[in-house]
Write a protein that binds this ligand. Structure first.
Ligand SMILES: NC(=O)c1ccc[n+]([C@@H]2O[C@H](COP(=O)([O-])OP(=O)(O)OC[C@H]3O[C@@H](n4cnc5c(N)ncnc54)[C@H](O)[C@@H]3O)[C@@H](O)[C@H]2O)c1
Length: 276
């Protein structure tokens, strides 16, 4: 029997290291027999092509795509067509960014987050899901599947601040994208709400540079404790597999939706051991 994605061509955005969620998704998609194309931020294409050599199968050179650059967005469908005249059956949006004032060691308190910086976080982390959908629409095959990456924003949490607001916006953007790609191509659009995974982006969630590792460990401990089945920040396999499941034909009636891949931690109240 062939893999889950046999015969499908998938465009994967968001690889920057081999710890990127997008890297794991690309690897599992290839193991499931997909043909994979990748994009990367234009200023890091050589690095991204080097990282991509670690995938199980060869991929064409990464297509340069700064998700905020209209020229890149307008050129995307043509570049995909050159590499894959058969069109796309799936697309992964695995992109997020917030300026230093909003996340990381120099971040200001939530109330002092500058408006233009919050707008930048919104542009790259939420609006861009719609702009990617628009850019790929001409090369999207009937019944294709779009997937974006979420971090459950239903409650406020330390450090995540304006990125949490951007993720809440992304959830709404996803529902509107689902309407239009559904109508245009009977395509589906869904988000995977992942638990914390140790990537470049996650370091920003953890806060200050000096105690990054300790904070990530604390977050992991919390998540692992809150999850009825356990959680491991070092293993993005469950997230990658779930992305591939959504890209496959096995969730054919799910769209505009969110699949929680966080060990169930967001659906469980955690209290310290001493409470038991
Ligand atoms: N790591 C986690 O704990 C976690 C949890 C839930 C959701 N997510 C989400 O998963 C997605 C991928 O993040 P990751 O954790 O793999 O981190 P990562 O740092 O490996 O990936 C983030 C990607 O965003 C790309 N990017 C940033 N600005 C861009 C721009 N202007 N144009 C194009 N690409 C741009 C970066 O190049 C990078 O490849 C993000 O949406 C993130 O919010 C991450």
């Amino acid at each position: 029997m062939g893999g889950l994605l046999e015969g499908k061509t998938i465009l994967i955005t968001g690889i920057i290291t081999d710890a990127s969620i997008a890297f794991r998704a690309a690897a599992i998609a290839q193991e499931q027999d997909a043909t994979v194309l990748i994009t990367g931020i234009p200023e890091r294409l050589r690095l991204i092509d080097r990282i991509a050599k670690r995938l199980p199968k060869e991929v064409p050179p990464a297509i340069g795509l700064d998700i905020t650059n209209e020229d890149d967005l307008n050129a995307l469908a043509g570049k995909v067509r050159e590499l894959a005249p058969q069109g796309l059956d799936g697309v992964l949006h695995s992109i997020a960014f917030a300026p230093r004032t909003l996340m990381g060691p120099e971040a200001k308190p939530f109330l002092e987050g500058p408006g233009p910086d919050a707008a930048k976080a919104f542009e790259i982390s939420a609006w861009s899901y719609a702009s990617l959908a628009r850019a790929v629409l001409p090369v999207l095959n009937e019944g294709a599947s779009l997937v974006g990456m979420d971090f459950d924003p239903r409650t406020a949490m330390p450090y995540y601040n304006w990125m949490g607001v951007a993720k809440a916006a992304l959830e709404s953007v996803n529902r509107y994208v689902a309407r239009e790609v559904g109508e245009a191509k009977r395509a589906r659009s869904n988000l995977v709400a992942a638990g914390p995974i140790k990537t470049l982006a996650a370091k920003a969630i953890a806060g200050t540079a000096t105690d990054d590792a300790a904070k990530l460990n604390q977050l992991n401990e919390y998540w692992d404790g809150a999850s009825p089945i356990g959680w491991n920040v070092d293993d993005p396999t469950a997230v990658g597999k779930s992305i591939v499941a959504l890209l496959s034909d096995w969730l054919p009636a799910t769209t505009g939706s969110i699949v929680y891949v966080d060990g169930g931690a967001s659906h469980n109240t955690w209290l310290p051991e001493s409470f038991n």
